[in-house]
Every structure is written in C-alpha cells, then in structure tokens.
Design a protein around this ligand. Structure first.
Ligand SMILES: [Zn+2]
Length: 377
C-alpha cells in the first residue's frame, strides 16, 4: 500500500460512513463532493471561491490536460496544484471515459486506446501505463486506473468481456504506479448492471490491492433504482477500511441514496454545468432562472442558503443576467450550486455522526417534493 495516504472511518449510520481522507495536499472529510475542474479550472470560479463553498478536493480531467496544455508542460511548471493555484488535494481521472466517448475517433485493443484529438485530429495512444504516467506528471493526489467504461445497455457477455479487459488494465496500472507519500491509486469496479460481474470485478481489484475503490460505469442511463441496486451488489464486496468513490454521480437525491449505501466520494459536472445554463439546485428542488416568473421577483434563490449569491442578489437580477447572457450569471449560479452541494455533504456528515441519516433523507426529499416557492402575486 502507498504510504502517507490514509482513510479513517470515524462514524457510521447503517451502511453510511463519515470519515477523513489524508493526502499529500491535505485532508478531506467524507462523504465528499468533488467539483469538476475539467481543464484545470472549475469553470466560472476562482480556486478561492471553490474553497469558500466548502470543497476540499477537486477533480481534473486527464484527457483534456493531456491534449492541452500537455502533462509534461504542467510538470515543468511545477505540477497541477501550482499551475491552477489549488493547494488542496486533486483527484484526476484516467482519461478513459472521455476517450471512450469519442466513438468513431478511437480504437480499443488489449494494449490500450488509440484516438484522435477532438481539437486538432492528432493521433494519441492511451495505455494503462501512460495514463498513470500522465497523472504522476500532473501530480494528482489520487490517480485512477485506466478502464473501459462499458457501454449501456450491454449484454452480460459484452459487459463481462469489457470488465475483464478493465481488470487486466487495472493490474498493469497498479504495476506502473510509483508510490509517493500521500499519493494514492484507486481501482474501478465495472460489470454493468450485472451483480455477479460487479462482485467478480471487486474481488479481482481487492486481490490486486488499491488505496481506494471506485464504482464506474453508472449514471449512464440505467436509472436511479438500477444504480442503487448495483451499489447494493457491489459495496459489500469492497474492503470496509478503504474509501469508495461513485464516479460521475450525480443529482442530490442520487448522492443521498449512495451515501446511505456506503459511498464516500462523488464527482459530477451537474452543479457547475447547470450553473452556466440557468439551472439551480435548491432545498426546494430544481429552479430554472430563465423562467419569466423570476423577472420581477426580488427574493433570493434559496432563502436558507448562506452563499454570496443568495445573500447579495435576487432572482430578478439572476434572471436578467441569464437573459442578457452576462458572464456574471454563470459565476453567481455556479457559486450557489457548488455551495448547495457542499452544504448537502456537510448535512450528511453531521447526520451520520448523529445517527439521524434517515430523518435527514426524509426532510431533504420532502423539500425537493414541495417544489419552488409560489410566484409573487
Ligand atoms: Zn445560495
């Protein structure tokens, strides 16, 4: 195991856990939500503002950074933390997910994936070894193995072949990973929606031995009930002492359900991407600020939210910014959405410690069900 990287479970409520990750660049309280900093930036936010929302770790995308500005350049400039002015922990994905989604621009073989850049058509090869090398050059606190994101839907045979390729890549990724204090490598469980394949994948990965275990290939259209069923079929096969990371998830209700099933870490573009298109997450569900009902409404977006957007600006102004396509609209709404997600995670952590998670989940669901405040008369 890698030295200096640690995960301590400090409290539990049912299958849910509250804990602390220790990395080379600091500590992360779990359950944790990681804002997505695709191209070494959480879009529309300064790193100071991201930190002020309560985020303790961000995710960066290996695929985008390998194409531009290039991992060797970032390494020469002192690594990703210095490059993007984020002193806290960083998790990088392996690049696999984006490469697989290039569809007609990539070819998958036993060795890895060859693909053409979406920017300029230049050819690249991404192997398990190169994915690990890129993440080392970036300086990621937590690196991910290269895996094939199994398409959905897939037959059981297709899902099995894809998962077993990912397991061979996981072994090569582990062999290529050079231990450094405080730096970790996570394996990724695949197997589609098939419980037996998920269990097999978890067994292979725990046999290889990783610092943490991600659950991949979900939130690809299978629906929440199926996703929860896959978690129930997977989590019991993962070591209790290691962190569990559900990749690319999700909506607030998905996160609550996954935390209740034992997941510790999340990432998703939803709060940031939605923040740039006028979609807000609130204690009373989703709100579309482009809707004309907000044009004369001076009230804050979420009366219970303490973020700078809700303290300083009304719905009418946010509506105006989005109608006028002003950059500040994206900035303010991204800030609120990230703040909302971090408040949600803090509430979950407190409820786990107090063993009141069921009550919190009921309260949250009731708020989302109630819907937005009535329009002003
Ligand atoms: Zn707010």
């Amino acid at each position: 195991m890698t030295t200096g990287f640690a995960f301590a479970v400090e409290a539990g409520d049912g299958a849910a856990r509250c804990g602390v990750l220790t990395t080379a660049h600091g500590r992360v309280r779990t359950p944790a939500f990681m804002p997505v900093g695709t191209a070494a930036t959480v879009k529309a936010m300064t790193p100071e503002a991201v930190r002020a929302t309560g985020a303790e770790i961000v995710l960066a995308n290996t695929y985008h950074l390998m194409l531009r500005p290039g991992p060797e350049r970032i390494a020469e400039l002192g690594g990703l933390h210095r490059f993007m002015n984020w002193p806290g922990p960083v998790l990088t994905d392996s690049g696999g997910y984006q490469v697989m989604s290039l569809a007609d621009r990539r070819e998958i073989g036993e060795a890895g994936v060859t693909f053409r850049s979406h920017l300029d058509g230049r050819p690249y090869e991404l192997t398990p070894e190169r994915a690990i090398e890129i993440q080392r050059l970036l300086g990621a606190d937590i690196a991910m193995v290269l895996d094939e994101c199994t398409p959905f839907p897939a037959s059981e045979d297709e899902a099995a072949a894809s998962m077993r390729l990912s397991m061979r890549w996981a072994e090569r990724s582990r062999a290529a990973f050079r231990a450094r204090p405080g730096h970790a490598l996570f394996g990724i469980v695949q197997g589609g929606v098939h419980a037996g394949l998920r269990a097999e994948s978890a067994a292979v990965l725990t046999g290889i031995g990783f610092d943490g275990y991600a659950i991949g290939g979900l939130a690809v259209g299978e629906g929440q009930a199926t996703m929860f069923a896959v978690l129930e079929a997977t989590v019991p096969h993962l070591p209790a002492a290691a962190p569990r990371y559900l990749m690319g998830v999700g909506k607030p209700a998905d996160i609550v359900g996954a935390v209740r099933r034992g997941v510790d870490m999340f990432d998703c573009v939803l709060p940031t991407r939605s923040g740039r298109t006028g979609q807000a997450f609130t204690r009373r569900g989703a709100v579309n600020l482009l809707n004309a009902r907000h044009a004369d409404d001076p009230r804050p977006l979420d009366a219970e939210c303490a973020c700078p957007t809700c303290r300083g600006y009304g719905r009418a102004y946010l509506h105006h910014l989005f109608k006028a396509k002003e950059i500040l609209g994206a900035m303010l709404l991204t800030w609120h959405n990230l703040h909302y997600y971090q408040d949600l995670m803090a509430d979950l952590r407190r409820a786990i410690v107090a063993e009141e998670l069921d009550a919190l989940a009921d309260r949250l669901a009731a708020g989302w069900r109630a819907g937005d405040v009535a329009p002003l008369a």
